[in-house]
Design a protein around this ligand. Structure first.
Ligand SMILES: C[S@@+](CC[C@H](N)C(=O)[O-])C[C@H]1O[C@@H](n2cnc3c(N)ncnc32)[C@H](O)[C@@H]1O
Length: 325
């Protein structure tokens, strides 16, 4: 494709420019002020252009690939990876096994949705892609009537166990890329860190949007692209990508062993056994799509949502919107 060739050419040019700048700087040929500044400005604009092009391309490729998506082995791998995770790695810093997280979880729900604690009492909420049920539990604790859905049987079993003290809690196995066997609507559809792992985020979004009652809310947490100028965002995404490639052909047990060893060796940006779960979650599933907020906002507006709010200032998008019709 023409655009791919263009990107490859730009990357080649960028590398060439970078080598020249570095060599000339080492040889003392560049006065640090003018020449260097001009060349860095050039590089900066080139890289920015490339980033925009890559973002635009990934978005187009995702739509083009959508009809084939069920057949891709990466989709099956991603689903199995989560099932393995909920079966074999139930503990982590941000899991219900952690006492601090248990204390913090209901407050996270309020912070991420921007809804006050008192709002949740007796509200009907669906936790879409509940995993092992950490937020289903927090929503029950806040007083909501919760239905938890996921494709992972181990995840659903752990969710049922976590919420067993709440008699109105229900679980259901679903595939978010198929029409959902759910005939009711909800005051809040909560979907944290799920749709970008389905392989067809747009289709999954279209399947869950009708579950919101008129006047109800849709909360989405979706992975975001690195924010321009924020080096840590790039470093985090690059760290995950490097490990994904390194471990891509390993069996899940071997990946877990490699990540555990990496954690012990201090190979990651954070340290401690309680972070192994989070790294496995980020590294092992093959499908991890990143989005711009503008693309998600467009989907929400098209589906009749309004008043879109971004509730947390991080790379990932924490968005809540209200349905008008
Ligand atoms: C990163 S986990 C998030 C779990 C949970 N929301 C949480 O915050 O702990 C993503 C979840 O999406 C589920 N999932 C991925 N693709 C799915 C699909 N097509 N249908 C249903 N669930 C899916 C996985 O099984 C997994 O439990």
């Amino acid at each position: 494709m023409n655009v791919f060739r263009k990107i490859r050419d730009y990357i080649r040019q960028f590398r060439q420019m970078f080598r020249i700048v570095r060599r000339e700087h080492m040889q003392g040929k560049l006065s640090p002020d003018k020449d260097m500044e001009d060349r860095l400005l050039d590089l900066n604009e080139t890289v920015k252009y490339l980033e925009y092009q890559c973002s635009r391309l990934s978005s187009i490729v995702r739509y083009l690939a959508a009809p084939l998506i069920h057949e891709l082995p990466t989709i099956q791998q991603t689903r199995q990876s989560f099932d393995f995770q909920w079966n074999k790695i139930p503990e982590g810093r941000f899991m219900l096994s952690n006492k601090e997280f248990r204390k913090e979880a209901p407050a996270y729900v309020c912070e991420f949705t921007g809804l006050p604690e008192g709002w949740f009492k007796d509200k009907k909420v669906i936790d879409v892609g509940c995993g092992q049920g950490r937020y289903s539990w927090a929503l029950c604790k806040l007083g909501a009537e919760v239905m938890s859905v996921d494709q992972s049987e181990h995840g659903l079993a752990r969710t049922a166990e976590a919420c067993k003290d709440y008699p109105t809690h229900q679980t259901l196995k679903v595939d978010l890329l198929k029409p959902l066997p759910i005939n009711e609507t909800f005051d809040l559809v909560w979907c944290f860190g799920v749709l970008h792992h389905t392989g067809d985020t747009y289709k999954a979004f279209k399947n869950i949007a009708p579950l919101v009652k008129p006047g109800g809310y849709l909360f989405l947490m979706l992975y975001g692209e690195p924010r321009k100028g924020i080096a840590n965002d790039y470093a985090a995404v690059n760290e995950y990508e490097e490990w994904r490639r390194k471990t891509t052909n390993m069996r899940f047990d071997d990946k877990l062993a490699a990540i555990t060893k990496g954690m012990e060796d201090g190979a990651f940006a954070v340290f401690g056994r309680e972070h192994i779960h989070g790294y496995f979650d980020a590294i092992s599933p093959a499908i991890n799509d990143l989005y711009t907020e503008e693309e998600i906002d467009g989907w929400l507006l098209d589906e009749g949502f309004m008043d879109i709010k971004r509730t947390v200032d991080t790379r990932n998008h924490h968005l809540i919107a209200q349905r008008t019709k």
